[in-house]
Ligand binder design. Structure first.
Ligand code: GLU
Length: 400
């Protein structure tokens, strides 16, 4: 097909693909345990739903300003003020169709052909692919399981070249659950200030941190790099609102205006109804967020313990987000399979458990297991994984 060259640079989103495959099997009547989707199983909080119904009843169903209604932009700025003590004006905020569009807008706004953007791996697959779509080159600084996939400042700073345009830090990190320390963020912010480059903090999982560790990245960035730092986030994970598609970018007025110009020619505003829902989520009671976090913590501890009952899996306990990211090379080999992609595919077809293979995150040998699902589903999923490995390994050993 004579599609644009840029389409040759990307692959379909592996995280969305696994959900689609699980859905397909379900539609055939198969009982699938979906540990693939990075999506809370909780319902959207009731007061948020009520606000959305009220928006429809009030016929709040027309275009809004492309950057979002003032009330929402103020609510986003208000959340950051209250949570982190940083101050942004409404014209320093744009509402986007999920955190994904915030990052996409920035890639398009900041990258010229050949520009480099540094980020850390394993990564959320849309980050490098968005950079490639924009004509840039992702420069991946690896994190390592030996130290819990910690995101270190030094290798990131060393990767800066005259072509570097931006650094993207995702903390808590999808898929590893690792956090960057405030010291590392400070060092990166200072290096970026010296080099005159942008820092984008992808804070999609900012509300999902299990231990009370200092993680005030917004304050560090706004104090040390106010004119070149952008904070991205979303209602999706914290408020169980993935389908509403509401995220944001917060940063200097000029870059937000550029994102708005781009968005004005692509999607325009986030759905007016979703905007009203997001206002309710951000300004309403926040105790539901804490309750979900507590449940995720219990699930994390349970599923981590259960999975590791088979010593062929190794796994760091994640400090944030809602994914385990186990190293499974031994289990994969015991099954007579070559890659985690093959493992995930066979597991889905034979045991009907959906996981996301590490290959999509630039981490062959690993898989991602989402524990944003019920304890019963997690128990069933891990039981099926263990049985699958056991049966396959026995058959492989018998074959010699
Ligand atoms: N961020 C989620 C995940 O990694 C949702 C899927 C996506 O948008 O890529 O599974």
């Amino acid at each position: 097909m004579n599609f644009a060259q840029r389409m040759g640079r990307i692959v379909p989103s592996p995280t969305l693909k696994v959900t689609a495959e699980a859905d397909k099997l379900r539609r055939q009547g198969i009982d699938v345990v979906d540990l693939g989707a990075g999506e809370p199983d909780f319902g959207t909080p009731e007061h948020v739903n009520v606000a959305a119904h009220a928006a429809i009843d009030a016929h709040f169903t027309k275009y809004t300003p492309s950057a979002g209604i003032l009330e929402l932009r103020e609510a986003i700025a208000g959340r950051y003020r209250e949570d982190y003590g940083v101050s942004y004006a409404a014209d320093e905020v744009i509402a986007t169709a999920g955190g994904k569009q915030a990052l996409y807008n920035l890639a398009m706004v900041l990258c010229d052909d050949g520009d480099e953007v540094i980020t850390h791996g394993p990564f959320w697959p849309s980050i490098p692919d968005q950079i490639k779509l924009a004509g840039g080159t992702p420069v991946i600084v690896p994190a390592h399981r030996e130290d819990g996939f910690t995101i270190h400042a030094d290798p990131i700073i060393h990767a800066i070249t005259p072509r570097t345009k931006a650094i993207i830090i995702n903390s808590p990190c999808n898929p590893t659950g690792a956090l960057i320390t405030e010291e590392a963020m400070t060092a990166i912010a200072d290096a970026a200030a010296r080099a005159g480059i942008w820092v984008i903090a992808d804070l999609t999982y900012e509300k999902l941190i299990y231990d009370p560790v200092p993680h005030n990245l917004p304050r560090i960035l706004s104090e040390r790099l106010r004119d070149r730092a952008i904070l991205c986030g979303a209602t999706s994970k914290a408020y169980a609102m993935t389908g509403w598609r509401c995220g944001w970018a917060v940063g200097p007025k000029a870059v937000i205006a550029a994102c708005n110009a781009l968005q004005g020619h692509s999607t325009s505003n986030v759905s007016s109804i979703a905007q009203k829902a997001a206002v309710a989520a951000l300004t309403g009671p926040q105790d539901g967020v804490t309750a979900m976090l507590e449940e995720y913590r219990v699930r994390r501890d349970l599923v981590w313990e259960w999975l590791l009952e088979d010593p062929r899996f190794e796994c760091v306990k994640p400090r944030g987000a809602f994914y385990l990211f186990p190293y499974a090379a031994e289990a994969v080999a015991a099954c007579g399979l070559r890659t985690t992609a093959e493992f995930a595919e066979a597991l889905l077809q034979e045991a009907h458990v959906a996981l996301t293979a590490g290959e999509g995150f630039d981490a062959p040998g690993y898989f991602r297991l989402s524990y944003a699902t019920s304890r019963e589903q997690l128990r069933e999923g891990v039981t099926r994984i263990h049985e699958f490995v056991h049966t396959r390994a026995r058959a492989a050993a018998a074959r010699g």
